[in-house]
Design a protein around this ligand. Structure first.
Ligand SMILES: NC(=O)c1ccc[n+]([C@@H]2O[C@H](COP(=O)([O-])OP(=O)(O)OC[C@H]3O[C@@H](n4cnc5c(N)ncnc54)[C@H](OP(=O)(O)O)[C@@H]3O)[C@@H](O)[C@H]2O)c1
Length: 374
């Protein structure tokens, strides 16, 4: 079994994505707010892994402390593909559950004891429905949306009022839907754990969701982001988004030396390590004195020869990051509002095209976030 959070993607998604758009569902889209039935996707076992299948289900009902949200946009993360492929192994069954952790929408009904939200509020779900603040409990970590808890790829969702945050005013629903996992992970790595400061050099690996948020956040606060990619056109775009330098990790296997050179031999003060096995040791090699590495992902697999003596010698800090709490989400939103940061959306798909959105992520031919509009 591969790591719980990540896995290599080995199989084609095409064989597993089945889209069932019955004519009966066609009219539901525009009136989901009032309809008795709503449309949602669910994971269904396939010959290998899962497929996502559109269903018509009864509209959920809000309990006394619950909120009904008309979901307007959702976004994809690497873990959603991992789930589709059953990369987390048979200990985890997603059959019948709703995919995708990240989404934003409008409050359409509240239970009688709800005090945090009212009808019409613009909200996003938090990644862990039960991680409110402080350190996580096991129960909190088992409340991940789109995994152990219900996901967001549904016209309407019901959730306890504590599982939502208000979204920044300047963001569209599509933009806000990118925040809960990738945005928050980057924020926790750089700000909460890393204590990033203006002028610091920041290493971002690849141009996926977490890394591009790292680029936008660090650039906004006056730090110096350096980003890698396998594609030169993405590196060019990254420079337009605020990178001070780039390296192509595909054409240059010693990319870390170029990154160190860009930093004027200072090294990098902050790293969001999403690459894992192929990147961690190289990032450590160029970590500045007192630097910080956030362990986030394993795009190349987990496990690495970690030079523990070097970590000690340079007085480095290494921290594990698993998204974050609602309190963290609210702190990130304050930063996003203060600096008017806008997430980078690569492409927006319609609800009926959800399988194609997964397929597009599988292609790797994107930068930033992939969104589905509902
Ligand atoms: N711990 C947590 O809380 C947490 C939260 C979110 C994500 N993650 C993990 O972090 C990783 C990134 O997630 P994501 O959603 O940002 O992924 P993503 O959006 O799918 O990013 C994929 C991109 O990463 C780059 N990449 C792929 N392999 C790479 C490698 N070996 N070295 C450097 N870059 C590589 C590629 O960029 P180019 O096309 O530019 O080469 C690729 O397009 C995943 O492992 C994910 O599971 C962890």
């Amino acid at each position: 079994m591969v790591n719980r959070y990540d896995a290599r993607l080995r199989r084609s998604v095409f064989a597993r994505l089945i889209f069932i758009a019955g004519l009966a569902f066609g009219a539901a889209s525009s009136c989901a707010q009032d309809a008795d039935a709503i449309r949602q996707y669910q994971f269904e076992p396939a010959s290998s892994g899962y497929q996502i299948v559109m269903k018509q289900v009864p509209r959920p009902v809000a309990g006394d402390n619950d909120v009904l949200v008309r979901v307007r946009a959702v976004s994809l993360n690497r873990r959603d593909l991992n789930m589709l492929h059953n990369d987390y192994g048979d200990d985890f069954s997603y059959a019948g559950s709703i995919p995708l952790s990240d989404g934003a929408g409008e409050v359409i009904a509240v239970g009688k004891d709800v005090s945090r939200f009212k009808v019409g509020d613009r909200v996003a779900g938090i990644f862990f429905e039960k991680w409110i603040d402080g350190a996580p409990s096991e129960e909190a970590l088992l409340s991940d949306r789109g995994g152990n808890a219900g996901g967001m790829l549904s016209e309407v969702i019901v959730t306890h009022e504590s599982g939502l945050v208000s979204i920044p005013e300047h963001l569209s629903y599509e933009e806000a839907a990118t925040l809960p996992c990738a945005g928050l992970t980057a924020w926790v790595g750089l700000f909460k754990r890393g204590g990033i400061e203006p002028g610091q050099y920041v290493l971002l690996e690849g141009t996926g969701g977490v890394s591009v948020f790292g680029l936008l956040f660090s650039s906004a606060v006056g730090a110096r982001p350096i980003i890698t990619s396998s594609k030169d056109d993405k590196l060019k775009r990254a420079m337009e988004l605020g990178a001070i330098g780039t390296a192509n990790y595909r054409s240059n296997p010693d990319w870390q030396l170029k990154v160190r050179e860009i930093s004027g031999d200072h090294g990098v003060d902050q790293v969001l390590d999403v690459g894992g096995r192929d990147t961690l040791a190289k990032a450590l090699e160029i970590l500045a004195y007192g630097g910080h590495i956030a362990l986030i992902g394993g795009l190349s697999g987990y496990g690495s020869d970690v030079p523990t003596d070097a970590i000690m010698w340079i007085n480095a800090t290494v921290s594990g990051v698993y998204v974050g709490s609602r309190e963290d989400f609210e702190a990130m939103n304050a930063l996003i509002s203060e600096y008017a940061i806008r997430p980078l959306i690569d492409r927006v798909f319609d609800f009926e095209e959800a399988p194609a959105a997964f397929e597009y992520m599988e292609s790797g031919d994107f930068m930033g976030k992939i969104v589905i509009r509902l």
